[in-house]
Design a protein around this ligand. Structure first.
Ligand SMILES: NC(=O)CC[C@H](N)C(=O)O
Length: 358
């Protein structure tokens, strides 16, 4: 059996069964999602993290490229109770170490008690506990990855749906999930996917109907360029954001963000809409949250479990954001109408809304 070690912050080392070899380090987090492992493993927001699945069997419906959110696996390593051979072989082909036969209940309790923490991973025929501890030693916090956007963003602008004839959306790609682009294209928008460090002039040239800030990994305060783009355009252009995008919008408009203890990662996070009183089930993957929306944004939706802000609206500007993932890949499809609301902010909106249960 291939040796496999997880070294947790503080120095405690856990042993499991190696399923794909390699050494790695990252912030140790867990997701409670019981489906959607293909989408989660290709979600750029997991960059520099080690993902623990709390659901005990991962891989039982195979690995299908059409479910991928990006062209590579983003977590640095994967931990589970049981991984199928399909998933283990996929991770091996991607060079991502994985370990199973772990007591993931114990790992989840450690993370809930201690918070998301650094960890080191070593998997291979000749690895030792010391190799995992050496990785732990070199592990940075998420905030210390100050230019993480460069690891996940497009390098050059790309245009999707140029012939759609609908509104032009400038999507600042801080690690965008593919299904965010798809959700906009389904509504006949033209989507300009732009590098995370794109310039004001490049956006001026597009003259977009909406400026959209994507999801993405790491600490929102490290995305200085995206923060300044929101400040630059918000007076004249509607602004939308998902997850990291909500946090960046808050930072731009005199709000603040903070790190949560262990975050929200799963597909059954209940969210209350304050105006309608309706509760929806949502897909989530975040470790930071808006602490204070400031004086230019109001909280429109909150998490039923802990009251954290899940939706923001601009008070004097056209702004709507969500902390969860309304594109619902994976996940319950209660929230797809967010994209209708985003395109509804544009003057040039010409397309009919797509029903949420399509
Ligand atoms: N999915 C995301 O966009 C994550 C946002 C941010 N990196 C966080 O962890 O809170």
């Amino acid at each position: 059996m291939t040796a496999a070690y997880v070294a947790l912050e503080g120095g405690h080392v856990i042993e499991g069964r190696g399923r794909s070899p390699g050494t790695a380090r990252g912030e140790l987090v867990f997701t409670t999602a019981y489906t959607g492992y293909e989408e989660s493993l290709t979600d750029p927001s997991y960059e520099e993290q080690v993902l623990t699945f709390s659901y005990p069997l991962i891989g039982n419906y195979g690995v299908r490229e059409e479910r991928f959110e990006d062209d590579r696996v983003h977590p640095r390593a994967v931990l589970a109770k049981e991984l199928t051979r399909d998933v283990a072989e996929w991770l091996e082909s991607e060079g991502v170490p994985s370990i199973d036969h772990l007591d993931t209940r114990e790992i989840v309790i450690d993370i809930r008690d201690g918070g998301a923490m650094k960890c080191g991973i070593a998997v291979g025929d000749d690895v030792t506990e010391e190799d995992a501890l050496a990785e732990l030693d070199r592990c940075k916090t998420m905030s210390e990855h100050t230019d993480i956007g460069a690891q996940v963003s497009v390098e050059k602008p790309t245009i999707h749906g140029a012939d759609n004839g609908g509104p032009d959306v400038a999507l600042v790609d801080c690690g965008a999930k593919g299904s965010i682009v798809d959700s906009l294209l389904e509504r006949e928008a033209t989507v300009h996917v732009l590098p995370y460090d794109t310039s004001v002039e490049a956006i001026d040239d597009i003259d977009p109907d909406v400026l959209f800030i994507s999801n993405g990994p790491g600490d929102p305060t490290n995305y200085e360029n995206a923060i300044s783009l929101v400040r630059e355009f918000v007076e004249d252009t509607p602004v939308a954001g998902i997850c990291l995008g909500q946090q960046i919008v808050a930072e731009a408009l005199e709000g603040t963000t903070e790190k949560m203890t262990f975050g929200h990662r799963g597909i059954n996070q209940p969210v209350l809409d304050l105006e309608s009183g309706r509760v929806v089930m949502t897909t989530q993957n975040h470790g930071y949250t808006v602490a204070d929306p400031g004086d230019h944004l109001e909280i429109t939706q909150v998490n039923v479990n802990d009251d954290t802000p899940e939706g923001l609206d601009g008070l004097e500007y056209d702004v709507i954001t969500r902390q969860y993932h309304p594109e619902a890949n994976p996940g319950p499809e209660d929230t797809l109408d967010f994209f209708d609301d985003v395109l509804g902010m544009t003057d040039s909106q010409t397309t009919a809304a797509v029903p949420a249960d399509d």
